[in-house]
Design a protein. Structure first.
Length: 203
């Protein structure tokens, strides 16, 4: 039940929540890729072992959560009315849309039509397989390369809008630490996967 005294989010709170979604996205993508892109680590999902069900499930979860989080930030089409945008969609927080849009497409080296295709791919996976389960028999998993760059571009905007000290104080990493934290997470995930590979039955 909604608290009648609940106050609307301030711009600072909205920016912080966007930052949280950005971080959640890249954490899940990093952990997914650390497993998906390592042939040996992927054996935890594809070969019989006592924890195969666990590894298969989290592998799928990392992917699905990354898609869902991304759609909260970018999952509306360009002609979606402002009143129907996701609560934390980039158009709700970026005060001057046109320069950000152009900067984003330049950084991603794509045009608006290309980006709309990516939005369609991410929304399709979210709507048909992650948030719901439709009757489609084949999954066409979206590629995370450009979506990841889009999230980092939005992260830069958030950090430019709110002071680094404020973000640190409220539990988000500082802007110059994101790549470092991502690399550390990838390393720790690889170590964990490798330790569990050693526990697999010898064939």
């Amino acid at each position: 039940m909604r608290d009648v005294d609940e106050q609307p989010l301030s711009r600072e709170d909205r920016l912080r929540r966007v930052g949280i979604l950005c971080c959640s996205f890249w954490r899940n993508v990093t952990l997914y890729r650390a497993l998906q892109n390592d042939i040996d680590a992927l054996r935890l999902c594809t070969e019989p072992n006592p924890n195969q069900e666990f590894w298969t499930q989290i592998h799928s979860n990392f992917f699905d959560i990354a898609v869902i989080e991304w759609c909260k930030l970018f999952g509306n089409k360009k002609d979606t009315p402002a009143s129907r945008l996701e609560k934390h969609h980039w158009r709700r927080i970026v005060e001057d849309e046109s320069p950000f849009r152009q900067s984003l497409f330049t950084e991603l080296a794509i045009d608006e039509n290309d980006f709309e295709d990516i939005v369609d791919q991410m929304r399709t996976h979210r709507d048909k397989f992650a948030a719901h389960l439709d009757n489609d028999k084949t999954i066409y998993p979206p590629n995370f390369d450009i979506p990841s760059k889009a999230v980092k571009a939005l992260c830069k905007y958030v950090y430019a809008e709110v002071s680094r000290d404020c973000l640190n104080w409220r539990g988000l990493p500082s802007a110059n630490k994101i790549d470092e934290i991502e690399a550390d997470l990838r390393r720790r995930a690889a170590n964990l996967y490798n330790e569990n590979i050693k526990l697999m039955p010898k064939i």
